[in-house]
Structures are given as structure tokens and as C-alpha cells.
Write a protein that binds this ligand. Structure first.
Ligand code: C2E
Ligand code: CA
Ligand code: CA
Length: 678
């Protein structure tokens, strides 16, 4: 019977066992079974025997761990009592030892596991698991932290970083949002008292680290803690505390690696990871948008980087507000990345973030952004996605500010085509197949011819390749340096000849690319060509695009100064498409502004949009600069420009660019017509 009972319930402190029962050795047999078969080791056994002759040998006593041996006559009431109590006491000591042994083992295991958990979330989740296991409680609880360092997430308040069981929903929120005042109160109490609190229905454990981070673990069950358990808990606390600091360190490293510290946005690496994940999970309808702030570099130079940072922060905030459910990241300096569904990331929605002017140290700035867009669709890597978005972005940058471009496959083909085109361009240049054409520039006041703009032409197998296709390639490959010098020389020779054939004070405007200007020997190159062609600086005008003019202020200023000193004139080309401030123009001391054709196009009899030309003309007037309108195609435009005080114009309405072999004939006829007209 006893064996039967012990098979089902092993939790006995003492067994008082008669040696002689059914048989002479029934007691000893049972003792053997208890130890060897049932493997019950901790339970104490007291043997009792009637006759001394039945006493077991010492060897048996040792083998079966028999704790006491008493003859029947010895067992007085008082002796029985002392025997039993001492047996029970030693049993409970064994149990306590065992508990702390397994407790220690689980603490070591838990700490080891906690050390390998990455990030607060996992760690905190692990803490709930380990603590509830240690205290034999159901796995239900909350972990709150109050981090020592200024973390925007948890500033001031306790923040829930892990929750298990019925609390799962309150994860990643301030504790105050939890609507159970009892729990919230207890947690706050543990935080202010800085100690563990044990209640009937719940338990609050407090942990602090050497780095002054604090963590409160709320477990949703009361527990009566024995003093052994208490010691274990203390030990565990120390371990957890060390782990917390370790995790904090990890989090911070993670934070630095994946988050832009200034804007508090995910960075490029993080963006790539999320995009990669979206690709792997084959999430449908995912749009990637890269937004680049137009002319941010030059703006930064004018207002200073600190103010520039203020603008970036404002934009970051606007984007986050506008797209709360989408990924908003900082990809690089002034480029932001968005990831989300196509519908919400439509170009207008993104552009709307720039609608209101930006404020910074009392001044307002109107910014615009250019978008490169690509849909996630079968790309192999996130890097490929970003590269595609970048191709689209570059393309968009070629048109007006504030525009956007969707990526499509042909663009990649186009890059291959660009390589072949560059090879062909090199060949054409070497073979002398490029030539310059000259578009007359006229005074709007009296229609007088005052000069020409020289434009490069390339005819390949009888087909024209537009400069807008080959100049950028020449620029990015550096070929423009030699092309540009050749264009300058050719244009100077042409103007020399034309001037010799009439008595007009004609000049030639040569387009100069930013790449050329950046050459350290640019001025020397000018000098050389003026000398070789026997021409004069004052016959030469350099057309420089606005974007370059706004680059590095002091260098540009010095360069422009040298050019003007020599007598050449400087004109800002494509004016209005980039960013310029009044003070810039003033400091640069250029001679004229060229209103870009895209603005002239908008001067139409129906709904004319003349705001920009008007502003530019006023600007020219206040800075005493000449203003030239390019791309004039209609009488209406001419009349409007004239009425609004524009000085010069060129365009198909007056004359198309003229081939070099026809230019002298054209000039002679033009002079003849003018002569007979007057
Ligand atoms: P750009 O300097 O703004 O040149 C004006 C462009 O407008 C020229 O195009 C010209 O042919 C065109 N144009 C002039 N009047 C009209 C008009 O009434 N209607 C229309 N539709 N177009 C008109 P092109 O020659 O194709 O040159 C395009 C751009 O290529 C130029 O823009 C300039 O940025 C660049 N480029 C041309 N030649 C050179 C060069 O020798 N060196 C450099 N660096 N760039 C050049
Ligand atoms: Ca030009
Ligand atoms: Ca232009």
C-alpha cells in the first residue's frame, strides 16, 4: 500500500517504517524500492523494529540512506516527536537547497538568454518569461522602463516596452495610457519607492542599473515569497540590471546605425532594410519616393548650415505628419525617402509638404522638392530599388524644380544608350563633325541686332542629336572641357569675322558648363583663346546656368570678378529655374539675366502666366542688370516683353539659329533689310 501511495505522491517529508511487516524484511525491501526504484531521495526514512535481532546491518543503513533507526522500546512519545521533527527539518533544508540550486541554474540560464536578446522589446519579453518561471506564476505581465538618457519615447513617463497575456495591447505606449488605475498606481509606487512590492493579487518588481536606467516588472499574480525565493530574486535583479545596461548599449548602437540622429528619422540603412523586407514579403502596391530639396546646397551656403538644419527638421516633421503610416527616412543630406501605398504617396500629396513656406530665424523660405519614384516590382534588392529611384530623380532634376518622375525600364536602356552615345560623340568630335550655329539676339527697343548666342550642333548620319541629349553626357564624362574650349574658339573666330564685315558692335554669347568653370585653368584657357583668335574680351559673353552661379559663393565670386576684369560679360542662363536670392545676384555682379524659355512659353494671350518674367524684370531693374528673353516665338510675347521693359530677346519669332556657312550672308541681308527699312 505504501509503495502504491508513493508512486503517485512523492512529496513526503518522513516515512516511519516498520522493518517487519508482511514478511521479516518487508520494511527493508520497501526502503530499497523507495530509494532505488522510485528514486525518492529527499524523503527521510526512520526505521522501527521490535526485536534487536531484526536490526539491519550498518551497510544496509548506509546504502538506503536510512536516517534513523529506533527499537520499538526506545520510541517513547517524546523520542518519536524529536525524531520526526528533526527529520522534517532536515527534509525542508534539503528542499530549500534544491530550490536555490535549480533557481540559481535558471537564473544563470535566464541571464545568458537575456544577454543574447537583441533590443529592449525582446529583452523585456524575456524578463517576463524568466521571472514568471522563477516565481511559478502565470505568464502575464508588463515591463515598463524609464531610461536615464533623454529618450524622446519615454521622456518623463514610464513606457511599456513589453507586455504578455491580457496586457499585450498596451505595448509601446506610455504607462499612463493603460486604463487600470490599480496597476498604474502600483507600478508608480514601485518606481518611487524603488523596491519590490508584493500584493495579494499582483507583484511589482523594481530593477535599477548602474547607469540609472530603471525597470519595473508588473506580474499579474500575487505570490508569497519565501526568504530563499527572495534571495534568488535579489540575485536575479542584479543580473537583470546588468542585462538592461547591456541592452541599452545595444539599442544605442542600433540607434546610431539605423537612425538619423539629427532628424530622428530612420536612415538610409534602415530604409534599405524595410524596402528589402517589403520585397521579400512581396507586399503589393508599394511605392518608393525619393524627395530631393531643390537647390538646398546653395541655400545652405547662404543661410548657414544651422539654419539649413532647421529647415530639414521642419520638412522631416511635415513629412512624418503627412504620412504617419508610412516609412519616412532620411536617405542622405537633403534627400528623403518614403515607402507606402501608391494612392497615398501620389506626387501631389508629397509635393503638398512644400506648400507652406518654411520658417527659420524670422525669415520665410519657399522650398520645393523633386521626386524620383519607383514601384516595388520584382526588383532583386533594395539597392536596386534605390538606384532606380535615383535614376528617376536625376531625370526629374533635369526639368523644372518641383517636378517628379516615375522610373521605367527604358531609363536603364537609356543609360546603356548613353555609353554608346558618348563613344559616338567622342568620335564625331575627333572627326570634326560638330559645328556651332548662331542665334541672333536683338534689342527689343529698336530691333537692332546686338549679337548671337552660339549653340552646338551634332548631325549623326543625317540625323540631329539635340544638345539636351549630348551636352549632359559630355558634362558627366568630362568631355565637355575640350568640347567647350572648341566651342569658345569657334565662336570667337566667327564673331571676329562678323564684326569685320560690318560696323555693328556685335558680341557672341557662349554657353559654359559648370564642369568647365570648375577647371583650375579656366581663365588661362580664356586668355589663350582670345589671344589665338585675335579677338577681344569685350566681344565675349559667357552664359552660365543659375545652378552653378549659386554653388560655392566665394570661389564663384572670385572667378566672375576675373572674367569681368578682363572685359567679358556674364549672363545667368535659364534664370528662374533655380534658386537665387537677391543678395546673391548682387554679390556676383553679373551683367545680365536670361529668362528661361519655359517662362516665356507661358506668356500666352489665353491665361497668361507672367508672374515669373515680371519678377525677373523687376529684379533686373533694381539691380541694373540687362534682361534677355529666350525662346520668343510669338508677336504677343514680343509685345508683352517690350511693354514690361525687357531689353533683349532671341527666339524663332525673330530668327532660328543660323548655320555657320550662312551666317555672313544672313548678316549682310539683315543689314540690307534694316537699311532699306530705315
Ligand atoms: P539654352 O542655353 O537655354 O539655349 C536655348 C535653347 O533654346 C537652344 O536649344 C535654342 O536652339 C532654343 N531656342 C531658341 N529660340 C527658340 C524658340 O523660339 N523656340 C524654341 N522651341 N527653341 C528655341 P538648343 O540649341 O537645343 O540647346 C539646348 C541647350 O543645350 C542650351 O540651352 C544649352 O544649355 C545647351 N547647349 C547648347 N550649345 C551648347 C554649348 O556650346 N555649350 C554648352 N555648355 N551648352 C550648350
Ligand atoms: Ca544659353
Ligand atoms: Ca534655357
Amino acid at each position: 500500500d505504501a509503495r502504491e501511495i508513493l508512486q503517485h505522491n512523492r512529496d513526503f517529508a518522513v516515512i516511519l517504517l516498520d522493518v517487519v511487516m508482511e514478511t521479516d524484511s518487508a520494511g527493508l525491501d520497501l526502503a530499497r524500492d523507495i530509494r532505488e526504484e522510485l528514486k525518492i531521495r529527499d524523503t527521510r526514512i526512520i526505521l522501527r523494529t521490535g526485536q534487536p535481532g531484526y536490526a539491519p546491518e550498518l551497510e544496509t543503513i548506509a546504502r538506503y540512506e536510512i536516517n534513523d533507526y529506533k527499537a520499538k522500546s526506545e520510541l517513547t512519545r517524546i523520542k518519536l516527536f524529536t525524531s520526526l521533527t528533526s527529520a522534517i527539518r532536515s527534509y525542508s533544508q534539503i528542499k530549500a537547497l534544491e530550490l536555490s540550486k535549480s533557481g540559481l541554474e535558471s537564473i544563470i540560464k535566464a541571464s545568458k538568454e537575456l544577454l543574447y536578446l537583441r533590443g529592449y522589446d525582446e529583452f523585456a519579453q524575456g524578463v517576463i518569461t524568466q521571472l514568471t518561471a522563477l516565481l511559478h506564476l502565470p505568464k502575464e505581465g508588463i515591463v515598463c522602463v524609464k531610461k536615464s538618457r533623454s529618450d524622446p519615447l519615454s521622456a518623463g513617463d514610464l513606457y511599456v516596452i513589453a507586455a504578455a497575456g491580457k496586457f499585450s495591447a498596451c505595448i509601446r505606449q506610455p504607462l499612463s495610457t493603460l486604463n487600470d488605475p490599480n496597476i498604474v498606481d502600483s507600478i508608480y509606487r514601485a518606481a518611487t519607492d524603488k523596491k519590490h512590492l508584493f500584493f495579494d493579487t499582483h507583484t511589482c518588481l523594481y530593477f535599477a542599473t548602474p547607469d540609472e536606467a530603471e525597470m519595473i516588472v508588473y506580474l499579474n499574480a500575487g505570490t508569497e515569497i519565501s526568504s530563499e525565493e527572495h534571495q534568488l530574486l535579489e540575485l536575479f535583479s542584479h543580473n537583470i540590471a546588468a542585462c538592461i545596461d547591456n541592452v541599452t548599449l545595444l539599442e544605442q548602437r542600433h540607434e546610431y546605425a539605423y537612425r538619423d540622429q539629427m532628424l530622428g528619422l530612420p536612415n538610409r540603412l534602415s530604409f534599405l532594410q524595410v524596402v528589402e523586407k517589403a520585397l521579400q514579403d512581396k507586399v503589393e502596391d508599394q511605392q518608393v519616393v525619393l524627395i530631393d530639396i531643390d537647390q538646398f546646397g546653395p541655400l545652405n551656403d547662404t543661410i548657414g548650415t544651422e539654419n539649413g538644419d532647421v529647415l530639414l527638421k521642419q520638412l522631416a516633421k511635415r513629412l512624418r505628419h503627412r504620412f504617419p503610416n508610412h516609412l519616412v527616412a532620411r536617405i542622405s543630406g537633403d534627400t528623403f525617402g518614403l515607402l507606402g501605398d501608391q494612392e497615398s504617396l501620389q506626387p501631389e500629396h508629397v509635393q503638398a509638404a512644400f506648400e507652406k513656406p518654411f520658417l527659420c530665424s524670422g525669415a520665410t523660405h519657399t522650398l520645393s522638392g523633386t521626386q524620383g519614384r519607383v514601384l516595388l516590382h520584382k526588383q532583386k534588392t533594395a539597392t536596386e530599388v534605390i538606384a532606380q529611384a535615383n535614376v528617376a530623380l536625376k531625370r526629374a532634376k533635369q526639368s523644372l524644380r518641383g517636378s517628379f518622375q516615375n522610373f521605367h525600364r527604358e531609363m536603364l536602356l537609356e543609360t546603356e544608350e548613353r555609353v554608346t552615345l558618348l563613344q559616338k560623340l567622342r568620335q564625331a568630335f575627333d572627326d570634326g563633325k560638330l559645328y556651332m550655329v548662331y542665334q541672333p539676339k536683338l534689342s527689343l527697343r529698336d530691333g537692332q541686332l546686338c549679337g548671337f548666342e552660339s549653340l552646338m550642333r551634332w548631325k549623326d548620319d543625317g540625323k540631329f542629336i539635340p544638345p539636351l541629349d549630348f551636352i549632359p553626357i559630355a558634362e558627366s564624362s568630362g568631355l565637355i572641357v575640350s568640347l567647350g574650349e572648341w566651342a569658345l574658339q569657334t565662336s570667337l573666330e566667327a564673331i571676329g569675322k562678323l564684326r569685320a564685315s560690318c560696323d555693328l558692335d556685335l558680341s557672341v554669347a557662349v554657353n559654359v558648363s559648370a564642369v568647365q568653370l570648375a577647371q583650375p585653368d579656366f581663365i588661362a584657357m580664356l586668355d589663350k583663346n582670345i589671344k589665338h583668335t585675335g579677338t577681344e574680351y569685350k566681344w565675349l559673353e559667357l552664359e552660365i546656368t543659375e545652378s552653378f552661379a549659386m554653388e560655392d559663393m566665394t570661389t564663384v565670386q572670385a572667378l566672375f570678378h576675373e572674367i569681368r576684369e578682363r572685359g567679358a560679360r556674364i549672363s545667368i542662363d535659364d534664370f528662374g529655374t533655380g534658386f537665387s536670392s537677391l543678395s546673391y545676384l548682387e554679390q556676383l555682379q553679373v551683367n545680365s539675366l536670361k529668362i528661361d524659355k519655359s517662362f516665356i512659353d507661358r506668356i500666352t494671350p489665353q491665361n497668361p502666366d507672367t508672374r515669373l518674367p515680371k519678377t525677373i524684370l523687376q529684379l533686373g531693374q533694381s539691380l541694373a542688370l540687362e534682361v534677355v528673353a529666350e525662346g520668343v516665338e510669338t508677336a504677343f510675347q514680343e509685345a508683352w516683353l517690350k511693354d514690361n521693359g525687357c531689353h533683349f530677346a532671341q527666339g524663332y519669332y525673330f530668327e532660328r539659329p543660323i548655320d555657320p556657312q550662312n551666317i555672313e550672308v544672313w548678316l549682310a541681308r539683315h543689314l540690307e533689310q534694316r537699311g532699306s527699312a530705315s
